[in-house]
Design a protein around this ligand. Sequence first.
Ligand SMILES: [Ca+2]
Ligand SMILES: [Ca+2]
Ligand SMILES: [Ca+2]
Length: 323
Amino acid sequence: MQRLLLFIFLVFVSYQLIAQPVPAVDENIPHLVTFGNKGDHAWGDNDFCQMIFFSVPKDHTEPIYIRVYDPDIGGETDEQKGEWDTRMKYSVYGGKGACSNEDARRINLEGAYKSGTLLGSKSFAENPRYDQNWYTFGPINPTEGEYLEDYGGYIFKFIVEGISGDDGNLYNLFMSSSATENQPVEGAFAFYFKYKFRLHDDVNEISHIYPFIDDKVLAIKQTNFDWDNDGIIRIISVAKNGEFLKISGDNAWSESEHVIHPTEKNTSYDIQIIKKKSAQIKNNNVVIFLENQYGELMPFYSVPIGGIPKYKYSIGIKPQITR
Ligand SMILES: [Ca+2]
Ligand SMILES: [Ca+2]
Ligand SMILES: [Ca+2]
């Protein structure tokens, strides 16, 4: 884990300015998505809840803020079904157990996934004041987070849950050092174990997610939901030059397993999401998560640890057998 921390440090020397929004700049994902709890799964949300973790370095002593763009469910940005009748609760957790409790890092919302200490909470419905505008949680003292060296510092958990209605809430997050604007917290970043987001409508846009392959990982199983067969998902790594992930159809799950090459240990994967040009699918909301060979969820990071991986021809190609 020392090595991971070193990577994190090196990465943030150059990446800190783009590490703070979720979805992140390098991910090129337009918005996060959470539906009201009466939503139709076929619209792209299997459990109406999203959990995002933020990590603040130990030496950061100034207050932090978690800002939400378009927290309301109405007006612009959001996805309407019938009347706007959706209410969504946003909650910030810190303290012991916020991230270390295993229930907070599982696929299903079971047990004590709301572990830790509730630091702030607010519900939104349709609200023109916050339409295409920001709401700010905080100030929060960094030491109110759960200190976990393995995750790079003080950890906060942000839960977004649909508590009524059937509309789709689209939104973005930003961890800031300012209450009134988006100012990066130096060295902070976000990670998430199950990611639910909106794809671009523009078929030429490529989105990315960046899991880190630590030295325990031998194989991964990826699972995705409601992809509508919209193009391809592929892995670029030092040893993989576009290995395909099995992609799901409408309101369906799909999974595939991928073996880790020894040279991929302690590197990130660039999982590329490429839309189908001929299909022109709009408003596509999707879910994806990865598990290691022990069935543990693996985090995606808002910046690729160690940088965006590049395929190395000399590693990936199988040696020629000379006769
Ligand atoms: Ca919204
Ligand atoms: Ca509705
Ligand atoms: Ca809105």
